[in-house]
Design a protein around this ligand. Structure first.
Ligand code: PLP
Length: 286
C-alpha cells in the first residue's frame, strides 16, 4: 500500500512526491536528517532529535524549514495518516533548490526543502537479532571530519554496510588511527570488568540520541560508564560489546572480526540496558 509522505507543506501519496533536480540535497549532499523511532504510535525522544537537528542546521548555516513545534505536528500527522504503531519517521532538510548547480550556497538563502516519510516496522522492539546478537567487522574510517553533523553524505557508510554484507555479517565498526570511532550507523561500546566503555563525544562521532539516553540510564542503574577510545584488539578481549541507535535500540554484538565476544551470546549488561531503554522510552514517548 502506498504511503503518505510529506514534501514542503504537502501530504502526498509517495508516487506523487517530487523534488527538483537542482535541489542541493540531490546535487551536493547538502542536507541533514534525523530518524525518530515510533513505539506504540508515539515518538521516542523527539526532543533529542529536534535539538540535534537544530544543531546540525546551525553548524551548516542552514535555515530551519519550520519551528520544532510544527515539525512535531508533521511527525504526528504522518504517524496517523500511515497508521504507524511501531516504526520510524525519517526527516530530511536540504539547502533547497537555487535553480542551478553552484558550489557556493545561494545568497540570500532559498527556501529549505523538507521531506518526511514513515517506515512501518511492526514489533521491531522484539527483533530476533537482539536475542542472538550480531556480528561486525572493522573497516577503516575514511569519512569527513565533521561526523557530529548528521548529514546525508552516507556513501561511505553505505560502502561499509556492503563490506559487512559481503563478509556475511550485519554491521561494520569504523577504525581511525587504531581506535574504534563508531558503527556505520550506530555508536559502539564494549564492556570490561563491569565498565561500559564508549568513545567520548567530539567531531569524530555522531552524538547519538540513543547513546545519551543509554548512558544516563546506565549511570542511574549504578553501572560504571567510561567515555574513552578503545582499540579493536581491546574489543576482541571484551566481556561484551554492543551498539546503539534509534532504530536498533541497544543491540548486543557477539563477534568482532574473527573474535568471539564473551560467551558468544548477548551479555547481561547489553541485555539489561536494552530492557531499561525500551521500557523507559515507551513511558516517555509523546
Ligand atoms: N553514529 C552514526 C554514524 C549514525 O549514523 C547513527 C544513527 O544514524 C548513530 C551513531 C546513532 O545515533 P542515534 O542514536 O541518534 O540514532
Amino acid at each position: 500500500m502506498s504511503r503518505t509522505v510529506y514534501v514542503n507543506g504537502d501530504y502526498l501519496p509517495e508516487e506523487e512526491a517530487r523534488i527538483s533536480i537542482f535541489d542541493r540535497g540531490f546535487l551536493m549532499a547538502d542536507g541533514v536528517y534525523e530518524v525518530t523511532t515510533v513505539l506504540g504510535g508515539k515518538l521516542v525522544d523527539f526532543d533529542g532529535h529536534a535539538k540535534r537537528l537544530e544543531r546540525s542546521l546551525k553548524e551548516l548555516e542552514m535555515d530551519a524549514p519550520c519551528t520544532m513545534d510544527e515539525l512535531l505536528a508533521i511527525h504526528r500527522a504522518l504517524i496517523e495518516k500511515n497508521a504507524i504503531t511501531d516504526g520510524t519517521v525519517y526527516l530530511q532538510v536540504t539547502r533547497g533548490n537555487p535553480g542551478d548547480r553552484d558550489f557556493a550556497w545561494p545568497e540570500p538563502p532559498v527556501k529549505p526543502t523538507l521531506v518526511m516519510f514513515t517506515t512501518a516496522k511492526p514489533g521491531f522492539a522484539d527483533s530476533p537479532l537482539s536475542k542472538t546478537g550480531i556480528e561486525v567487522i572493522t573497516v577503516p574510517d575514511i569519512r569527513w571530519g565533521r561526523r557530529d553533523i548528521k548529514t546525508v553524505q552516507l556513501l561511505y557508510p553505505s560502502m561499509a554496510k556492503m563490506m559487512a554484507k559481503k563478509a556475511g555479517v550485519s554491521d561494520a565498526w569504523f577504525v581511525e588511527d587504531g581506535l574504534v570511532t563508531e558503527g556505520y550507523s550506530n555508536n559502539a561500546y564494549i564492556v570490561k570488568n563491569g565498565q561500559i566503555i564508549t568513545r567520548a563525544l567530539s567531531n569524530d562521532i555522531l552524538h547519538g540520541i540513543t547513546r545519551a539516553a543509554v548512558l544516563r540510564f546506565a549511570r542511574e542503574a549504578q553501572m560504571e560508564v567510561v567515555e574513552r577510545s578503545f582499540t579493536p584488539e581491546e574489543a576482541y578481549g571484551a566481556d561484551e560489546a554492543f551498539c546503539t541507535s534509534a532504530s536498533s535500540f541497544v543491540m548486543p554484538i557477539v563477534k568482532i572480526d574473527a573474535a568471539t565476544i564473551g560467551a558468544g551470546t548477548p551479555g547481561p549488561v547489553a541485555t539489561r540496558l536494552r530492557e531499561i531503554y525500551i521500557d523507559e522510552m515507551r513511558k516517555s514517548a509523546i
